[in-house]
Design a protein around this ligand. Structure first.
Ligand code: TYD
Ligand code: MG
Length: 451
């Protein structure tokens, strides 16, 4: 492709194509390609002018990178134990989910803990940010504010102010005068993120970039900058719920899959230090279709309630509706139940839901899902005070999962006294917990539901 010929870039995944096509070959999205003007300035040469540095020459070899604490425990854990200096972090999420609120609170908290913070909003005037700060009770915090979208001005300010942390809200509003396209386009977002990340590494300023998840494809989404940053966090939540989950999907300096749980209140976000209690708080008496899963999110055990509803279907193809779990996993479990245990779901609508707006990705949830499904179908409640975990294989066997002892301890802490686990699990010593180990799904169904 000649240097100046236009190219077509996917606004969802950033893949570039030589000609316009309806379906992106990178991510499979429809109508996500837009024409991009070529960059008018090439990337600048970076680094130590071609000189290689030996790993052993580095002064900090053997030491963990020093981290700054925000004082917000849920945020520090997701970051892998605090903010790493000179790192670049992306915080993605749907518009209106609470990213600006979270980051303004984080900026205030970091600055109270000795990290100089600069919060730059490209969406709101400083007076509006101040109003939000007032509402959040943060006006006493020494955070520097800026309302600016021109990246050249922002970099100049960062260079003179030299904060420890700069927050850019949002990357889609920033623009560089060397790139000939509108703010929010893939090339602007990429170039702006590249400049900021490079600046962060060179000058030792940590940057947090806010990225709105976009649906319509007119504006580039946060995925186009995911590969440039050290840490990618997504802020998620269901519209109707006040819970918000900050999830690490990539972290060069800590574990991915770690979550932080927050609650949106009238006075901003409050951290939730014991999410299990919160997710189970709406649970009433044990009823058919409900099973409690003892899961692990990152390094922390979290108990969630899996709910199922099974009803005769008026449709030719029965409905399979899933919220908070993978729908492919539901199909597999339904197939195993039918083929290995003789429990058919043909002609029945199946609705599956994780209570509280949580999203469960662990295969260890299989057994709790199967329990909820059978319980709903047979109209028999799962025994009270019972938690379940275990992976189901296609043969119907139950496979042990990791961190069994942590799961059991968390369940015992929340008042559960019974657990059902795969045979061969490393149980450890958990007081007050009666664990029944099952080799396969057939044995489980026979023993718990008497079928
Ligand atoms: P915001 O942080 O502006 O979202 P984003 O930056 O992700 O677009 O959050 C906006 C929502 O949060 C808005 O619907 C109102 C709600 N909110 C509260 O419920 N309480 C609060 O104290 C604040 C500041 C916002
Ligand atoms: Mg915002």
């Amino acid at each position: 492709m000649s240097k100046n010929s236009p190219s077509f870039t996917c606004t969802t995944c950033g893949a570039s194509h030589r000609k316009w096509i309806g379906k992106c070959e990178g991510c499979g999205g429809w109508n996500t390609l837009i024409e991009e003007a070529p960059l008018s300035a090439g990337p600048k040469a970076l680094g130590s002018k071609g000189r290689a540095i030996h790993l052993t020459d580095l002064a900090t070899v053997g030491e963990a990178p020093p981290r700054a604490s925000s004082g917000i425990e849920e945020l520090d854990r997701v970051l892998g134990g605090g903010l790493v200096p000179a790192s670049a972090i992306l915080v993605g999420g749907d518009p209106g989910i609470g990213k600006s609120t979270l980051l303004l609170q984080a900026a205030a908290s970091f600055s109270r803990h000795g990290v100089k913070c600069l919060y730059i909003s490209g969406e709101e005037a400083t007076a509006q940010v101040q109003m939000r700060a007032q509402r959040l009770g943060l006006t006493e915090s020494p955070v520097a504010l800026g309302a600016e979208t021109n990246l050249r001005d922002i970099l100049t300010t960062l260079d003179t102010e030299r904060p420890g942390l700069a927050i850019i809200d949002s990357i889609q509003t920033m623009w560089l005068d060397t790139v000939d396209s509108a703010p929010g386009s893939v090339s602007q977002v990429r170039a702006a993120a590249h400049e900021l990340v490079t600046f962060a590494k060179r000058r030792g300023v940590a940057v947090i970039l806010v990225g709105h998840v976009t649906k319509d494809g007119q504006i580039a989404g946060p995925r186009v900058v995911e590969h440039m940053v050290d840490t990618v966090l997504y802020f998620e939540g269901e519209r109707g719920h006040q819970f918000r989950i900050l999830r690490a999907v990539k972290n060069r300096f800590g574990p991915a899959d770690e979550i932080g749980v927050f609650e949106m209140t009238g006075d901003g976000l409050q951290q939730v230090l014991n999410p299990s209690a919160l997710f189970l708080s709406e649970r009433g008496q044990p009823s058919p279709g409900s099973a409690v899963f003892a899961g692990i999110e990152g390094t922390r055990p979290v108990l969630t309630e899996i709910q199922a509803l099974v009803a005769p279907s008026p449709l030719g193809t029965p409905r399979r509706t899933v919220v908070g779990l993978d729908s492919g996993r539901l199909s597999t479990i339904l197939a195993v139940l039918e083929a290995r245990c003789g429990i058919p779901f043909a002609g029945l609508d199946v609705f599956l839901n994780v209570a509280g707006g949580m999203r469960v990705t662990e295969p260890a949830a299989d057994l709790a899902v199967a329990a909820a499904l059978i319980s709903a179908r047979e109209d028999i409640a799962v025994p009270p005070e019972t938690v379940l975990f275990g992976e189901i294989s296609l043969s119907g066997a139950l496979r042990p999962v990791s961190q069994t002892e942590n799961r059991l301890k968390e369940a015992a802490k929340l008042g559960f006294s019974q657990a059902i686990a795969p045979k061969g699990s490393k149980l450890g010593q958990v007081e007050g917990m009666n664990v029944r180990q099952m080799p396969d799904l057939t044995a489980f169904v026979g023993e718990i539901f008497g079928a």
